[in-house]
Design a protein. Structure first.
Ligand SMILES: [Zn+2]
Ligand SMILES: [Zn+2]
Length: 239
């Protein structure tokens, strides 16, 4: 019995390490993004994909069942949490335009992001610093608690939200105010060679705080690196 509970606690400890490692990984990988023009969202898929591929094989195995949907869908949750999903008009209200896929309801996106834009329930976070740092921290804790309880699917969905906010905070195509104006066309240029994930803390709480600080550092680093570009955006008054 005792051996059993030790094994369980070892497993639990181990599971808590996964979101920690993934978070660090995601925070680091956004440094490798390069700007170009491409439909919205492609970078999120690629960054998430490459981040998971950099994890130790044991951790990749832990995520295996949810891996492809995490890459293809969960990491875009904050971008598909709009009331227009499921409505006619392709998001612009034009009745002749096709109906938007109702991905928001299909995946309970409002539940996992913590904000329902129709019922106005919960707390929503802008996709830009400084609120995006807080969103990453909050989602990290939700993911860690779900993993701790053995809810892999829930954990991966919260982790998708967390990854999205980290990516929007610091990656070159997604950092504000150039979000939506510069995108990566050659997403294969997003790589993470030679990076080894690090633990952010011994408890989820400690790790979540360190994550928020890490994302903040990352944002500052990116903004510094993009200084000239920000000035151009300002001059051109690109929203
Ligand atoms: Zn976004
Ligand atoms: Zn984005």
């Amino acid at each position: 019995m005792r051996r059993c509970s030790c094994a369980a606690s070892r497993l639990m400890r181990k599971r808590l390490l996964y979101p920690c490692a993934v978070a660090v990984l995601a925070a680091a990988i956004v440094c490798y993004s390069v700007p170009a023009a491409y439909p919205w969202g492609g970078e999120h898929h690629r960054i998430t994909d490459v981040a998971i591929a950099a994890l130790p094989s044991e951790e990749q195995e832990y995520l295996r069942a949810e891996r492809s949907i995490l890459v293809e869908c969960y990491c875009t949750f904050p971008d598909i949490n709009w009331p227009c999903y499921g409505q006619w008009g392709s998001g612009a209200g034009d009745p002749r335009a096709p109906r938007m896929p109702d991905t928001r309801r299909l995946w309970e996106v409002s539940f996992y992001t913590g904000w329902d834009p129709v019922l106005k329930n919960g707390k929503g976070y802008p996709h830009a610093p400084p609120q995006s740092w807080e969103a990453a921290e909050v989602s990290f804790l939700r993911a860690a608690h779900a993993f701790r309880d053995g809810r892999l699917e829930d954990g991966c969905r919260y982790m998708g939200v967390m990854l999205h906010y980290i990516q929007d905070s610091g990656s070159m195509p997604h950092v504000q105010p150039i979000h939506r104006n510069f995108h990566v066309k050659a997403t294969e240029a997003i790589r993470l060679e030679g990076y080894a994930p690090r633990l952010l803390g011994k408890t989820p709480e400690e790790a979540s705080q360190r994550l928020a600080a890490r994302v903040r550092e990352l944002t500052e680093w990116t903004e510094q690196r993009l200084g000239g570009l920000f000035e151009s955006v300002e001059v051109l008054r690109i929203p």
